[in-house]
Design a protein around this ligand. Structure first.
Ligand SMILES: [Mg+2]
Length: 414
């Protein structure tokens, strides 16, 4: 079988409300680029990448000259073709490689009549459990709904997500307001959902001293882990010496070099594997093997996915023996998807791993066109800016916090 074409379409899919994070905001929607790799046997594989627009579409078009005529089964060779480690000093294509790897695995699975999880070693579980992903949210720019700013709103939101989807593990995305306020928020959720498990992620914007203070202040709770309280392996290592709970990261261990450094001088206990950041599902499976060898924990990270990427996370979660935590997904904040059959369903806080050949998802062309048109109308948004704080530049460590008393609604094009 040979690859005959590579196509890319950028889409934007609405969220229930704008999601605030330490470095900015998702302005009420996600922008994703959907990749289609076509073959001479009529099988098309699907991939997905964050962000996009003309530049992402052009990058994937440029990959055609590398890939046309190649066998999609040569995935390990493709890693060097697209993202050779020294060539990557000039053109970092890790995320491009990931989207192409998803598509090639999808092609192979369809060709061989097996789900991707079987190519990766076989499913160890049929369902992957997810944590609720709690964000501080601005009100929806059109209808004013969905705000999460006060402690009361946050607790009600957590309760609603638990009732609607069945989550028993809860992640709060912080780093938006000063840590004292966010500590109150986190403890309030833990009190409301007593008996469940919790994790906190301020996206590495605290000083080491703040990280230690916060970590010690939550030691009595049922924490899965404290995620990226501070930026850098050294700061994580200093925090880990003083805080009695696992530390997790999706920022300072996202490559094998960094994983090796963390094994030699451990700073992080739990590695959050992201099928995009690591350059594909197979790279994540390999990294999980290293973690298994050295007794490190793993979980599945979410970088803001539609159904194609969610499928990669499900196949990954299904085949890792040392997955000891619920996975993360932004997915439940989305109002729609571009796959056939609509959004994946949660059952008791988990999502069923697709069993159809390949990734197990198909494009809904109508939805792809609809959200492709929406992208053309709205364009991209600055993920690392806050619509209500123009000119704001968060530092690391940060001290330029949002104001929990500020109840304005952002005027975001929609
Ligand atoms: Mg994180």
């Amino acid at each position: 079988m040979k690859i005959t074409d590579v196509k890319a379409t950028t889409v934007t899919v609405p969220l229930e409300a704008p999601l605030r994070h330490a470095n900015g905001c998702h302005w009420g929607r996600f922008v994703r680029t959907i990749v289609e790799v076509e073959t001479d046997e009529g099988i098309t594989g699907l991939g997905e990448m964050g962000g996009g627009g003309e530049s992402a579409e052009a990058v994937f078009r440029a990959m055609k000259t590398y890939l046309v005529g190649r066998d999609p089964a040569r995935i390990e060779e493709m890693r060097f073709l697209i993202a050779n480690p020294t060539a990557s000093l000039y053109n970092n294509r890790t995320q491009i490689l990931a989207a192409l790897e998803f598509a090639c695995l999808d092609i192979l699975g369809q060709n061989w009549g097996v789900p991707v999880s079987e190519i990766l070693g076989g499913r160890l579980q049929e369902r992957v459990p997810f944590a609720s992903y709690l964000f501080f949210r601005y009100p929806h720019p059109k209808n004013g709904a969905g705000e999460v700013r006060t402690i009361e709103q946050l607790v009600a939101h957590a309760r609603e997500l638990k009732e609607r989807y069945g989550f028993t593990s809860h992640k709060l995305k912080g780093g938006v307001f000063r840590p004292e306020y966010e500590l109150e928020c986190y403890r309030a959720i833990a009190a409301e959902l007593n008996g469940d498990r919790f994790r906190f992620d301020p996206n590495a914007v605290w000083s080491t001293e703040q990280a230690i203070w916060f970590g010690q202040a939550i030691e009595d709770l049922r924490n899965d882990y404290l995620e990226d309280p501070v930026f850098g392996l050294a700061g994580m290592r200093r925090t880990r010496e003083k805080v009695r709970m696992p530390l997790a990261t999706n920022t300072v261990v996202v490559s094998f070099e960094q994983l090796a450094a963390n094994v030699l001088e451990t700073a992080v206990d739990v590695i959050l594997l992201d099928t995009t950041f690591w350059g594909g599902i197979r790279q994540c499976v390999k990294a999980a093997g290293v973690c298994e060898t050295f007794g490190l924990g793993v979980a599945v990270h979410s970088s803001g996915e539609l159904g194609i990427q969610l499928a990669t996370m499900l196949h990954l979660g299904a085949v890792i023996p040392n997955l000891s935590f619920a996975a993360d997904a932004h997915y439940h904040h989305l109002v729609d998807d571009i796959i056939e059959g609509g959004k994946f369903n949660y059952e008791n806080g988990a999502i069923k791993v697709p069993t159809a050949p390949g990734l197990g998802v198909k494009l809904n062309r109508e939805k792809l066109n609809e959200y492709g048109e929406l992208y053309k109308r709205l364009g991209s948004y600055p993920y690392d800016q806050d619509p209500l704080r123009p000119g704001w530049t968060p530092l690391v460590p940060n001290n330029r916090w949002g104001d929990p008393a500020d109840s304005r609604t952002p005027e975001v094009p929609f």
